[in-house]
Each structure stands twice: as structure tokens, then as C-alpha cells.
Design a protein around this ligand. Structure first.
Ligand code: SAM
Length: 287
């Protein structure tokens, strides 16, 4: 198989694929149905027939610009393997900061606390939280029924389906009455509409537009959600929302006008970029 790996890697390198070596290994391991590390210990194995054809076809798709996670249909997030398809955003490593921040608060909540994940996509954030907080109940919403189907499958495969309710609808519209959520998290679309055409090709051509487009300044979904927070937040609740580079001041301005906000802050990622808006709310019942 080592000859196939060398040829494949060279093919990707010539096509300008940045991670040519790693991508080649991931694709071959996927075709073989192996963990990637096994390629090292079984490099003498002969790969032929259907498996070889599948690998060569996958290489061509990668050379044509299709992201590896779209080809293999999965992506790791929070050290868990998530199924992805064309209806969901491929979960990104930067969203792990949202999970980390949510866990700081989630770990202090009473066991039966209710958590809400708005715009769940593949279910990455909701499933990661459910795995780390074994007693909480989570409601996860999305406007896309196809995305919710993927999220449900991920929750089932990762063993947390009994604690996540998946609900279809636009932002907070499914919740007619005060819902008493203690922690509300969201990674909404936040790319300004005019910047989508300038994103990397792998993002603009392969991630669904409804998962990217945040309107004129990228903050329309946040405005929408923020306006409804007082209605659905429980006592002493938190709202945490992923934002993009340079959106911190705008996000703080949006949230400053919301009734019941006790404190609001922007958490930066390791590169110093605005990444998570973190808000403590008095909540309807405690006011
Ligand atoms: C940036 S993706 C985040 C997906 C996932 N939470 C993650 O972090 O990988 C935004 C998600 O919001 C969903 N979305 C877009 N507009 C929505 C709306 N009006 N109401 C609910 N969800 C919406 C999209 O379908 C998409 O799944």
C-alpha cells in the first residue's frame, strides 16, 4: 500500500492540496475502513479491487476541491466523530471554545437544568455538552429538517439521544411561552453576506449558505435571538454565542439593549480574535 500512498500524496500535492500527505492518509484509511494509525503498521498490505478504485475516485474528488470531511462524511469535534452531509456545517475546531465556555457554567448547574442549543446543525455543540454533563436535558433546534436528521443520528450514535430533544423552527419561534432555559448556546450564521464570496472555496462552495449568512454585518441572527432572550431565559441564566473576528463590539452593542442583562463580555480565542459572546441574564422569573 505504501506505493499507493506515495502516488496519491503526489497527486494531491500537484493539484495544490495544502494538507496533501494527511489528506491522502485519511482517504486511504476511510476506503479501507481502518483507523488512520493502522496504515503505519500495515504498510505492506496490498490494496486492490473495489477499495483501490474507491480510493482513486476519492483522490479525484479531493483534487477537484471537495473537502475531505465531505468525501468521508464525517468530522471530528470535541474528540467525537460526527456524521456530516451537505445539509450541515462541518463543525469547526474554533467552536470548541463555545463548548468550553458553556461547560464552565454548565458544570455548576443543578442536574436537571435545561440547556438550549440554537442552530444545532450536525448537533456538534449539543452532543458535546450532553456527553460532558450527564444529567442535563438539552433542547436543540434548527430551521433545516435535513440538518436535524443528521443531528439526531449523531446523538443516537454517540449515546445521548435520550437527553436531547430536537425541535424544528426559526430561532426561538418554537418556544411560545417562557421556557426557563438556564444556559442558551448558539453558533449562528455570522458571516456578513457580502463576504461570503470571498471565503475559501472549500467553505463557500461546500458549507450550506443558510449556515453561513448572517446578513449585512453578520449579526442579524444574534439580533433576532437577543430580542427574545428575556422571554425564554430562566432565573440566573447564561447566553453564549459564537461570533466572528472583529464582531465583539457590535455583539456587545446588540446585547446591551436587551432587558435583564446583568453582564456581558467577549471571550477571545488563542489567536486573540473575538470568538464567544458571554452574557449573564437575570431571567424572567427572578425579576
Ligand atoms: C454556523 S451553523 C452551526 C452549526 C453547529 N451548531 C455547529 O456549531 O457546527 C448555523 C446553523 O444555524 C442554522 N440556522 C440558520 N438559520 C436559522 C434559523 N432562522 N433558525 C434556526 N436555525 C437556523 C443553520 O441551519 C445551521 O445549522
Amino acid at each position: 500500500m505504501s506505493d499507493l500512498l506515495v502516488q496519491g500524496a503526489l497527486r494531491l500535492k500537484r493539484a495544490g492540496v495544502e494538507e496533501w500527505r494527511g489528506d491522502c492518509e485519511v482517504l486511504l484509511a476511510w476506503c479501507l475502513g481502518w483507523e488512520r494509525w493502522r496504515l503505519l503498521s500495515r504498510s505492506e498490505e496490498v490494496v486492490e479491487g473495489e477499495c483501490r478504485r474507491r480510493f482513486l475516485a476519492a483522490l479525484e474528488r479531493r483534487c477537484a476541491g471537495e473537502p475531505v470531511s465531505r468525501i468521508v462524511g464525517s468530522r471530528e469535534f470535541w474528540s467525537l466523530d460526527f456524521e456530516v452531509d451537505g445539509s450541515v456545517l462541518v463543525p469547526r475546531p474554533e467552536t470548541e471554545l463555545l463548548v468550553e465556555q458553556a461547560l464552565e457554567v454548565g458544570g455548576r448547574l443543578e442536574p436537571s437544568a435545561l440547556i438550549l442549543d440554537l442552530g444545532t446543525g450536525s448537533g456538534a455543540v449539543a452532543v458535546a455538552l450532553a456527553r460532558e454533563l450527564p444529567c442535563v436535558q438539552i433542547v436543540a433546534t434548527d430551521i433545516s429538517l435535513a440538518a436535524l436528521a443528521v443531528a439526531r443520528r449523531n446523538a443516537r450514535r454517540l449515546g445521548v439521544a435520550d437527553r436531547i430533544a430536537f425541535v424544528a423552527g426559526s430561532w426561538l419561534s418554537p418556544f411560545a411561552n417562557a421556557a426557563g432555559f438556564r444556559l442558551i448556546v448558539s453558533n449562528p450564521p455570522y458571516i456578513p453576506s457580502g463576504e461570503i464570496d470571498r471565503l475559501d472555496r472549500e467553505v463557500r462552495e461546500w458549507d450550506p449558505r443558510h449556515a453561513l449568512d448572517g446578513g449585512g454585518d453578520g449579526l442579524d441572527p444574534l439580533r433576532h435571538i437577543a430580542g427574545e432572550l428575556p422571554r425564554i431565559a430562566g432565573p440566573d441564566a447564561w447566553f453564549m454565542c459564537e461570533i466572528g473576528e472583529g464582531q465583539g463590539d457590535g455583539a456587545l452593542a446588540v446585547i446591551s439593549g436587551v432587558e435583564g442583562v446583568l453582564e456581558a463580555d467577549v471571550v477571545n480565542d488563542l489567536a486573540g480574535r473575538d470568538r464567544v459572546l458571554k452574557v449573564r441574564l437575570a431571567g424572567l422569573r427572578s425579576r
